[in-house]
Design a protein around this ligand. Structure first.
Ligand code: GLA
Length: 397
């Protein structure tokens, strides 16, 4: 079997092939998988993701030395991608923040443009780049946050500014919320930018604090790509967010994070659906600390049980699972060596995550695959994750 070429190398090769010169920098931005703490970020709550060894890379070079006079092309950012023949091109200065959606770039270029729009006030320099990525699209592994952060770091580094990881994450989130139009929280961006080898990250989305949680050496985090896909912008994600905000108002708290338990009179103040949403968020926040504690003391059994409880909650109370995700969790949790599994990410489709005894990965895989295809009628792809560092930039010479 041919050995796959890493995204970093593909990006550099693509750069040389397209621009006919060498890139000066390489930006690497990882995918993330969330172990527990789903749909809690926009409720000011807790989550526990890790940055994983699926990455998006941009090879780049400052391009203000290129002649623009007479070409009709002014200073710009230009990013080619191995996945799309049409490059993302953002003229400088970028469009105004209030540019109506129909006049904005479409597809993945809108993320690039959105980040540039957010950085317009702090200064942008022209650059050329080439993008290569091993993060599956729409699978719930944050390919869009990885792109936003890579572009944000490329822009700020070349312009000579040094934002903190939290500032970068917030900027990327603003690009996604205000420019792309997806009302997401901060989980993905903080996870991609904050990754630490060997650790999950306990994120407090109100304090914006990130606490590393060591992962037990014998524990494998396995991402299960169910092969199903969803679109966050058009999914019920925005409905859930609105339901949570309404429920918080009805219960008189700034955010659902402020509840440790259902108030005694909750049933008279919320309809049955809202009651289930709130019950899930309260339990899910508590599970984050319970899973973090279990992992820190090497108790994979407890962590796994909590993941399974999280899946039941998100399926039955929050209702953002999907048939393939349920099939993957059932198949994984019945396979040898598995401590627990759950859907991960925004929901409806995409990926599940399983905690598996590293010494039993062989039997796990052998039992999982036929069990999943019997239930789901399709094949899944398993990825045994390594944890990696967050978005970074390296000078190539
Ligand atoms: C998506 C969003 C995140 C978060 C998760 C659910 O990944 O981008 O902000 O809300 O869904 O936990």
């Amino acid at each position: 079997m041919p050995v796959p070429v890493p995204a970093a190398l593909r990006a550099v090769r693509e750069f040389v092939a397209v621009y006919g010169r060498e890139p000066t920098h390489l930006v690497r931005s990882p995918a993330r998988v969330n172990l527990i703490g789903e749909h809690t970020d926009y409720n000011d709550g807790l989550c526990l993701p890790l940055a994983i060894d699926r990455e998006l890379c941009i090879a780049l070079r400052r391009a203000d030395d290129l002649p623009t006079a007479g070409t009709g092309i002014g200073a710009h950012l230009r990013l080619v991608s191995e996945q799309d023949p049409t490059p993302a091109v953002v003229g400088l200065p970028p469009p105004a923040v209030d540019t109506p959606p129909p006049a904005r770039a479409t597809g993945w270029a809108r993320y690039v443009e959105g980040v540039a729009v957010q950085l317009a006030a702090t200064g942008l320099v022209p650059w050329q780049g080439a993008l290569a990525s091993d993060i599956p699209l729409g699978a719930g592994l944050s390919s869009s946050a990885a792109l936003e952060l890579a572009v944000a770091l490329a822009c700020t580094h070349l312009a000579g500014s040094v934002p903190t990881p939290t500032e970068l994450a917030r900027l990327a989130q603003r690009a996604e919320n205000a420019w792309v139009g997806a009302a997401t929280g901060l989980l993905d961006q903080l996870a991609c930018v904050g990754g630490i080898v060997g650790h999950a990250l306990r994120i407090d989305c109100r304090a914006l604090s990130v606490t590393p949680v060591p992962l037990p050496a014998g524990l494998a985090v396995v991402v299960i790509d169910t092969g199903s896909r969803r679109q966050l912008v058009t999914s019920a994600y925005a409905d859930r967010r609105a339901e949570c905000a309404r429920a918080a108002r009805a219960l008189g708290v700034p955010a659902l994070r402020d509840l440790d338990a259902l108030p005694a009179d909750a049933a008279s103040r919320l309809d049955p659906v809202a009651l289930r949403r709130v019950r899930f968020v309260i339990a899910e926040n508590a599970r984050v600390d319970a899973v973090a504690g279990a992992l820190a003391r090497g108790d994979a059994e407890t962590a796994g049980r909590l993941l399974l409880a999280g899946h039941r909650g998100i399926r039955d109370d929050f209702e953002v699972s999907g048939p393939e995700l349920d099939a993957a969790v059932a198949a994984a949790s019945g396979a040898p060596g598995c401590f627990g599994a759950r859907m991960t990410g925004g929901g409806f489709a995409g990926c599940a995550v399983a905690l598996v005894d590293r010494d039993r990965l062989g039997p796990f895989t052998a039992v999982f695959h036929p069990a999943y295809s019997a239930r789901a009628g399709r094949e899944a792809v398993l990825h045994v994750c390594s944890t990696v560092a967050g978005t970074s930039v390296t000078a190539l010479r």
